[in-house]
Write a protein that binds this ligand. Structure first.
Ligand code: SF4
Length: 495
């Protein structure tokens, strides 16, 4: 390993303050990192999309075009742009003398002054603590390199913006002055830089135990390595805080090793007993009460949605959930025949008007509307009613008829050891109906469904691929409502 003086980038600094071991791994053992997932890549893509729009908001800017690894060149290009009188510089780069370098999304000259405002663009809809760390290390690098910084500004999406016609970039973004918050961090940054430079100069990884910092503020890339000794379902899934620490201090990781006299809530006790005895837990009385609340005919409903950061349609806001598909199984009586109806919008316009019409046409006006996770589906209907007021009463009626089939599993009226502490449909279904696993489907989760649908409406896939995606979406959504049907059968058998 090299012993020359090391430098760290802004993102390495941020990794290092979350966990110095993760920084060390990033520098010397990147082979231990998990591959970037489709959903992580999607988040990066959103960041780029938002960043490009933010640049359009600042007309006449000069971009420092060097690649992220061409640091020295980028620093020189930035200095050249400054000398040539640039008023706005995108991706300006600087390095502090003690070894931290950073880019700034937008560096804007204060009119009639030799000072600059730093503008950091984020795709979030508000300020997070780690944004302040992010801007503080930027300011540190630039100030230390001789730039006079007046303000540190965070430019993020405005969650109250509603699109009508062309995007209004002035309204789409909020600019928040974080100068004081950033200034308060400067001493901390100085100390952190010193500590982290020491970390990357070491031959051996720092000793850091796993803990909450592995997932906060970001899920660490090295969890599959550091957490390899932790069973898939462990005491971490049941306990937290002092109780978790008590078990860890006794080297107890497996749920089956938890002492019988260890204090737990009744819900935790159900999970522990079920895991130890490999037995299903049931509360017949409560299951029966739940079943008695159902009113036939039943309408098993499930939505798929997108929530684009940049609103695609009129009357929508950043990250608003937009349903584009539903699956509906209709059953007139207990164990009766199933009729399947589906809606999938394949145009590039707003899917909601046609979706609402189809939903209202097929959902009848009496009988329970069965969903898995009522909070989500009822919220979608609520938002549809707000945006399309002529349907508000009918959508409210559907919400009034809604019954959440997740409830008996979430409240542990019926619990299978294979649920492993989760009432997610993806855990409950294979536990009780193993022949219906999602593994055989091309699309296996809502996140993927959303990413693929977006790729269709943004026209970045071929017509052939689109047709395949639509078929896969259809199979996936149908499986969700069929799962509700099968889980109701499970509840009848156990109630
Ligand atoms: S998994 Fe946890 S302990 Fe390991 S490097 Fe990441 S944050 Fe550090």
């Amino acid at each position: 390993m090299k012993t020359k003086k090391q430098k760290i980038s802004k993102s390495q600094y941020l990794t290092g303050i979350q966990c110095p071991k993760a920084l060390w791994y990033y520098r010397y053992r990147r082979d231990l990192a998990s591959e970037i997932s489709e959903s992580q890549q999607f988040i990066f893509d959103i960041g780029h999309e938002v960043g490009e729009l933010a640049q359009k908001h600042f007309k006449g800017g000069i971009e420092i075009k060097e690649e992220y690894y061409e640091i020295d060149k980028a620093i020189k290009s930035t200095k050249r742009a400054v000398r040539q009188g640039a008023k706005i510089i995108f991706e300006a780069t600087a390095s502090s003398r003690d070894g931290v370098y950073s880019r700034i999304d937008i560096l804007k000259k204060v009119r009639g002054s030799d000072r600059w405002d730093m503008i950091e663009v984020k795709s979030s809809t508000g300020i997070k603590e780690y944004h302040i760390d992010d801007m503080a290390v930027q300011k540190y690098a630039f100030t230390n390199a001789g730039y006079k910084i007046r303000k540190s500004i965070l430019m993020h999406l405005n969650k109250h913006y509603e699109r009508f016609g062309e995007l209004d970039l002035k309204e789409l973004f909020d600019l928040e002055d974080c100068t004081n918050l950033v200034n308060n961090k400067m001493e901390e940054v100085k100390k952190n830089v010193k500590d982290l430079i020491k970390v990357v100069n070491k031959r051996k990884e720092p000793a850091v135990d796993i803990g909450n910092h592995c997932t906060s503020p970001f899920s660490c890339d090295y969890m599959s390595h550091c957490w390899a000794h932790i069973p898939d379902y462990s005491v971490y899934d049941i306990f937290s805080g002092k109780k978790l620490n008590d078990l860890l201090s006794e080297n107890i990781l497996n749920i089956s090793d938890i002492p019988n006299n260890f204090k737990a809530t009744s819900r935790q006790q159900i999970e522990i007993n079920s895991q130890k005895n490999k037995r299903i837990y049931k509360d017949k009385k409560k299951i029966k009460e739940f079943l008695n609340s159902l009113k036939y005919p039943l309408y098993y409903l499930d939505y798929e949605t997108i929530n684009p950061a940049i609103p695609l349609f009129d009357n929508t806001s950043p990250y608003q959930q937009i349903p584009f598909q539903f699956s509906l199984h209709v059953q007139k009586k207990k164990d009766g025949e199933l009729k399947h109806v589906e809606f999938l919008h394949t145009g590039q316009d707003d899917p909601r008007p046609a979706l609402i019409e189809s939903l209202l046409k097929n959902c009848g006006n009496k009988g329970s509307v069965v969903v898995y996770n009522k909070g989500f589906e009822s919220r979608i209907n609520y938002m549809l009613g707000q945006d399309f007021p002529r349907f508000i009463d009918k959508l409210k009626e559907i919400n009034n008829r809604m019954i959440d089939i997740m409830t008996p599993f979430k409240t542990r009226f019926l619990y299978h050891p294979k649920m492993e502490g989760s009432a997610s449909l993806k855990n409950v279904l294979p536990a009780f109906v193993p022949q219906m696993s999602y593994d055989k489907l091309e699309i296996q989760d809502g996140g993927t469904a959303s990413i693929l649908y977006l790729s269709c409406i943004k026209n970045i896939v071929s017509e052939e691929d689109k047709n395949k995606i639509y078929n896969d979406l259809s199979d996936y959504c149908k499986q969700d409502t069929l799962a509700e049907v099968k889980l109701l059968e499970v509840l009848y058998k156990n109630g």
